[in-house]
Design a protein around this ligand. Structure first.
Ligand SMILES: *[C@@H]1O[C@H](CO)[C@@H](O)[C@H](O)[C@H]1NC(C)=O
Ligand SMILES: *[C@@H]1O[C@H](CO)[C@@H](O)[C@H](O)[C@H]1NC(C)=O
Length: 420
């Protein structure tokens, strides 16, 4: 059973102080979070984790295909490539822990809030994804079981719908694609209404989406990785003047999560936001990162992509192996998918990333994906080549939950601040 818990609060805030990219009135979307990788009784859900690895790999494979098509190969990071399609049946775990009972909500690890499409409004529960750039929701033509619990868009009951040429299609490794026609529509998020937004009402979704509470995805990354090759929703909001500032901010937490559109919500963080310039053209990518354990720098000088649509933190397999060498009594748990375990009695609470300013620590709770035996637990950092570049890490929610994060198109930068 899934509870559609996303809700919108429209709030007028006092102008934020200090930093030039934080001022202005914005609106907030609040939403709920349930973890999918850890079962309610604290076990690592290996099968679900591998489903997510496959999805993350194929999502970023598609991003690279889109980037090549939109910008050419010269936009690739050094060593980046279009990886082969990842295939769940080849990567699936075969260990006995699969019998561990799952809770009803275990499949739902996304941050979901409500958006409205069409005139009159049709509501959808959406995963806001800083790691992709397209908007899709199921359409009335999605009649498979995977769509049975979803809200479905019907263009026939909207006076603002307009069919366009082309086809939207993202391949997933579970033997299916998410695909559908292309439309423009009026799309409202938290009181910010955008007209003529390109999106896809999809008629097929892949099985791994079927079990989730959210209906679709709203991509918040750059136009360069758009599959539709069109302006993503937030960029359209900025160009149409629906938001004054091209800045949004995330707080991701077990409860009280919020996406703030058109600025940052200074009631949620203390101190200044530490901004770093975006490198490259498609992703919220910043360079010069280090990973530390306590005061020891384990790796440094790498690129990082900040991806709210991904739970796991991925690094290059060799770098991640070197990292776990510094976690006492850690060992490889699943070499195919890059997961490591360590003693549950000593979950690291001092793993941190830094971009030369503050060190941003991952709490023990956020580092621990759950137990796989009486004594061993799985870490949130996995070794995996996603094709994003040879020295590139992808920081998902397990990192983002520890900080307030700000994404500025205006200043072309990503920033972090200390959560209140
Ligand atoms: C649904 O399918 C019908 C028949 O193929 C097609 O005419 C219609 O445009 C489709 N609607 C959407 C939203 O894809
Ligand atoms: C995945 O791998 C299995 C086993 O090798 C193969 O039978 C299947 O066709 C593959 N599926 C896809 C979508 O590539």
């Amino acid at each position: 059973m899934f509870i559609k818990a996303g809700l919108i609060t429209l709030a007028l805030l006092l102008p934020a102080m200090a930093s030039p990219v934080t001022e202005g009135l914005g609106t907030r979307v609040t939403f709920d979070k349930r973890d999918g990788i850890t079962t309610q009784d604290g076990w690592f859900d290996h099968k679900r984790a591998v489903e997510l690895v496959v999805r993350d790999r194929n999502k970023h494979r598609q991003n690279m295909i889109n980037l090549e098509r939109n910008m050419g190969r010269e936009a690739f990071n050094e060593g980046a490539e279009i990886m082969p399609l990842a295939n769940y049946s080849e990567l699936a775990p075969h260990d006995k822990r699969q019998a561990e009972p799952l809770t009803d909500e275990a499949g739902d690890q996304y941050w979901a809030g409500t958006i409205a499409i069409g005139t009159p409004r049709q509501n959808f529960l959406i995963d806001f994804d800083t790691g992709s750039s397209d908007l899709w929701v199921p359409s009335v033509n999605c009649t498979s079981a995977y769509c049975s619990k979803k809200d479905k868009y019907n263009p026939a009951s909207s006076s603002s719908s307009s069919p366009k040429n082309g086809e939207f299609s993202i391949q997933y490794g579970d033997g299916s694609t998410v695909s559908g026609p292309v439309y423009t529509e009026t799309v409202a998020v938290a009181g910010i209404t955008v007209k003529n937004q390109y999106f896809s009402p999809v008629d097929t979704i892949s099985p791994s989406f079927g079990s989730e509470a959210d209906d679709g995805i709203l991509g918040l990354a750059f136009p360069a990785i758009s599959n539709l090759g069109k302006s993503p929703w937030f960029n359209t909001a900025k160009s149409e003047g629906a938001v004054k500032n091209g800045v949004f901010g995330f707080k991701l937490a077990k409860s009280g999560s919020e996406l703030y559109l058109g600025g940052t919500d200074s009631s949620l963080y203390t101190g200044a936001i530490e901004y770093h310039p975006v490198t490259g053209s498609g992703f919220w990518q910043i360079k010069g990162a280090s990973i530390l354990i306590g005061s020891n720098t384990i790796q440094s000088g790498f690129q990082t992509i900040i991806d709210s649509g991904t739970t796991i933190i991925y690094g290059p397999p060799n770098a991640v192996a070197a990292f776990y060498k510094n976690i006492p009594n850690s060992q490889v748990y699943d070499s195919t998918n890059g997961f490591y375990s360590f003693p549950c009695s000593s979950v690291p609470s001092n793993v941190a990333f830094s971009w030369g300013g503050n060190t941003w620590t991952i709490s023990a709770a956020n580092f621990n994906f759950g137990r796989v035996s009486a004594t061993q637990c799985i870490g949130a950092i996995a070794g995996q080549d996603l094709g994003l570049g040879k020295n590139t890490w992808l920081l998902g929610d397990s990192f983002m939950k520890n900080v307030y994060s700000a994404f500025s198109f205006d200043a072309n930068s990503v920033g972090f601040a200390t959560l209140k």
